[in-house]
Design a protein. Structure first.
Length: 148
């Protein structure tokens, strides 16, 4: 299996940025642990602060890999263009958030992306990404059974 984790704007500052909300661990460090835990899976990583680059990446991998775990950061609440990109590709996308966006400001309660995604995971800290990976693994197992 080949999975891509995409982080959107400001998530390059994890560990430094608002640690009360997002924790004090850097993402690269967490990613090491995730890759060790799922050593039979190829987990690639892409981070960008630019909407168009995120869209380009979704197009690039969205017809070949098995799944995308996407934390689009604030673009979640603004981007019809990223929603359209997710709908345009074949690869299933799981929307994740570190914080429980529904316990925060009202503008974070709406996601343009959720209707285009397979599912949404939020509020479990960095563990939200692992839960996203787990969901993709289970979906992949099911698909393999159905095609056999
Ligand atoms: C976030 C929640 C968003 O509202 C925010 O803009 C982020 C991070 C999260 O992971 O909790 O940048 O996606």
């Amino acid at each position: 299996m080949n999975i891509l984790v995409i982080n959107g704007p400001n998530l390059n500052l994890l560990g430094v940025r608002e640690p009360g909300i997002y924790g004090s661990r850097g993402f690269e460090d967490y990613l090491d642990e995730l890759r060790k835990r799922y050593s039979s899976i190829k987990i690639d990583y892409f981070q960008s602060n630019h909407e168009g680059s995120i869209i380009d990446k979704i197009h690039e991998v969205g017809f070949t890999i098995d799944g995308i775990v996407l934390n689009a950061g604030a673009y979640t609440h603004t981007s019809v263009a990223i929603a359209d990109a997710i709908s345009a590709v074949k690869t299933p996308v799981i929307e994740v958030h570190i914080s429980n966006v529904h316990r925060r400001e009202e503008f974070r309660h709406h996601s343009y992306l959720s209707p285009s995604c397979v599912g949404v995971i939020c509020g479990f800290g960095l563990d939200s990404y692992r839960l996203g990976v787990e969901a993709l693994i289970e979906m992949n197992k099911k698909d393999n059974k159905e095609t056999k």
